[in-house]
Design a protein around this ligand. Structure first.
Ligand code: KIV
Ligand code: NA
Length: 265
């Protein structure tokens, strides 16, 4: 396989080829996602919810993100691996942001970092880019600021917020980000943003008028089952299937059906 690069993503947009992105947080899952041909693997801070069972993405630490990312990097032969900088690792000042990004690159071997926000974190993005580390932006619903908004509902429905989002997207392009994620905003606005910049826009709950799509792996294979937003397409129901299989195993042990004569030495 030829490795996907930040440059190949920009070329895909120019050619009108859509970009596929999925999250992964460990070696085994990342191996499957990479083998299936997904272009970008995101080591999302959604690991805080999916892997650790926290209610929000805020508690996950930089050390924990690096652990997840290094496992994913060992699995990915083709995909570009993007790693979320977690809450608290880049907001205080640009030097701290650069230190965090450098740790991710050195200690996990990831290929790029993702940060939530626009103008507010401009200096941090600049500094990281100056060090030669590719940055993916993230606008719209930004889960690290959940306590500022109070809900996970659709963002930028009001004109003022939509205008700020467009300005932020154009700023991220100007700074030199190689791509950006738009989360849970009206499809029309997302399309307008994608058409107004030349870097790829990857949407989640942002409609089909953008340059690519991202979902949380555990949601799209149905391993999680309590979370059902409209934008989520479930391709499997692994929660049900695995619960059944594991229940069967437990029953087989109890009934002494497992192991049988062929399943021992
Ligand atoms: O952490 C994550 O999974 C993300 C995606 C939803 C874009 O940031
Ligand atoms: Na994230």
């Amino acid at each position: 396989y030829k490795r996907v690069t930040t440059k190949s993503l920009i070329d895909m947009k120019a050619k009108g080829e859509k970009i596929s992105m999925l999250t992964a947080y460990d070696y085994t899952m990342a191996k499957i996602v990479d083998t299936a041909g997904v272009d970008v693997i995101l080591v999302g801070d959604s690991a805080s919810n999916v892997m650790a069972g926290h209610e929000t993405t805020l508690p996950i630490t930089l050390d924990q993100m690096i652990y997840h990312a290094s496992s994913v990097v060992r699995a990915a032969e083709r995909a570009l691996v993007v790693v979320d900088l977690p809450f608290g690792s880049y907001q205080s000042d640009s030097k701290e942001a650069l230190r965090s990004a450098i740790r991710v690159m050195k200690e996990s071997g990831g290929h790029a970092v993702k940060l939530e926000g626009g103008k507010e974190i401009k200096e941090s993005i600049k500094k990281i880019l100056q060090a030669g580390i590719p940055v993916m932006g993230h606008l719209g619903l930004t889960p690290q600021s959940i306590y500022k908004f109070g809900t996970y509902t659709v963002r930028a429905k009001e004109e003022a917020e939509a205008e700020k989002l467009i300005e932020d997207a154009q700023l991220l392009e100007k700074l030199g980000c190689f791509a950006l994620v738009l989360e849970k905003i009206p499809a029309k606005l997302a399309q307008r943003v994608a058409e107004s910049i030349s870097i790829p826009v990857i949407g989640i709950g942002a409609g089909g008028g953008v340059d690519g799509q991202v979902l949380v792996l555990h949601d799209m294979v149905g391993m999680t089952h309590e979370f059902s937003p409209r934008f989520l397409r479930r391709y499997m129901n692994l929660f049900e299937d695995m619960t059944k299989a594991i229940g069967q195993y437990a029953a087989d042990v109890k009934s002494k059906d497992f192991p049988n004569a062929n399943e021992q030495y």
